[in-house]
Design a protein around this ligand. Structure first.
Ligand code: CP
Length: 357
């Protein structure tokens, strides 16, 4: 007899990127997420994490992630502690410690593992000295030493919990995702500091579901080569297609889903680890700002939406209105951003219930 062991295979695991999961495991998490969402709608909230604790550490701002993890833990019968890295001894890598100000990650991870049931971290950008990949390295350092699951609440490369909520939302709106045209597009923002995590995770997620993926960005805004390779490999395995274009109009034509948002020009920032032919030795902010100003016209307008196949509009939020997107688009009936934000709660509750159980 074949036994489905997917649920038990997730227990105790870390979630740093969806690249570490199988399609079967992602399907299982989404099944549980839909189940928890349906049950909550009729007032049924199973306390499967009774008295369990999640330690959350945010090196960057957050509205959705912080509150969905905290509310999710409460609804599952547990509790989430919000640890400000500056109010504890800030966790640091070996060689980067300052006496009585920081504490080695290996020590923090082992101490918290004695007291609770999971550690969740957000870190990218300024707290990592703008070395792309260093936030991911720090989360992996926690995972190396912790004896409880470590969850990535967004680093400089991946935002797996956002991507789970994104797929959940697409499934709710479109049902079968196979053969649907999914457009991940760059869009202008007044801030050049948004990480690569959301676009990278969104195309990784779409590549598990046989979607026709179009990645659109102006020259200079390439995503990391290992992510592109992974997506191509997944498309070979699960079907669908993958293309890169440099024109927003061309990308939007015939789209079923559009996901236009800003991300920084990673090619002009140092990378960890160094990638041959990608990244730079020092952060080139003048050039990055120039690239942003040159591409102000990458804004999501109704005119662009009219080119689509009555597409749904997605955004992880916060959205820069009047820059990334016009009000009439984000507030239109085809915009699914509020359901998408709400699904953060259900997708994360599924992850918490399965991993921290
Ligand atoms: N989408 C998202 O991660 O939102 P926050 O930055 O508010 O957590």
């Amino acid at each position: 007899m074949l036994v489905n062991t997917t649920g038990s295979s997730l227990r105790g695991r870390d979630l740093i990127t969806l690249m570490d999961l199988t399609r079967e495991e992602i399907d299982f998490i989404l099944d549980v997420a839909f189940d928890l969402k349906r049950r909550m709608a009729i007032g049924d909230m199973p306390r499967v994490l009774d008295r369990k604790t999640l330690f959350m550490m945010f090196y960057n701002r957050s509205l959705r992630t912080r509150n969905s993890f905290e509310a999710g833990m409460t609804q599952l019968g547990g509790h989430a502690h919000d640890l400000s890295p500056s109010a504890v001894y800030a966790p640091a890598l070996p060689g980067e410690e300052q006496a009585y100000t920081t504490e080695r990650i290996a020590d923090v991870a082992r101490v918290l593992s004695q007291m609770g049931d999971g550690i969740a971290i957000r870190i990218y950008g300024k707290p990592t000295g703008w070395v792309v990949g260093k936030g991911d390295l720090i989360i992996r350092e926690f995972a190396k030493w912790a004896t409880v699951p470590v969850l990535n609440m967004e680093d400089d490369l991946y935002h797996p919990h956002q991507a789970l909520a994104d797929v959940m939302t697409m499934k709710e709106k479109l049902r079968n995702l196979e053969g649907k045209k999914f457009v991940m597009s760059w869009a202008y923002s007044g801030s050049p500091e948004k990480p690569l995590a959301v676009p990278q995770s969104a195309i990784i997620a779409a590549s598990f579901f046989g979607m026709d993926i179009t990645l659109a960005y102006p020259e200079g805004f390439d995503l990391r080569p290992e992510v592109i390779e992974f997506v191509k490999k997944n498309v070979d395995q699960y079907g669908g297609s993958f293309e890169i274009v440099h024109d927003m109009k061309e990308a939007f034509e015939g789209a079923d889903v559009v996901y236009p948002k800003s991300w920084t020009a990673g090619r002009l920032l140092p990378q960890y680890p160094a990638i041959p032919g990608y990244g730079s030795e020092t952060a080139q902010w003048d050039k990055i700002k120039e690239l942003f100003e040159k591409n102000k016209h990458w804004r999501t307008t109704q005119e662009l939406m009219d080119l689509t196949n009555r597409a749904i509009y997605m955004h992880c939020l916060p959205a820069d209105r009047g820059q990334e997107v016009d009000d009439e688009v984000i507030d239109a009936p085809y915009s699914v951003v509020w359901d998408e934000a709400g699904n953060r709660l259900h997708a994360q509750k599924a992850v918490l219930a399965l991993l921290l159980r």
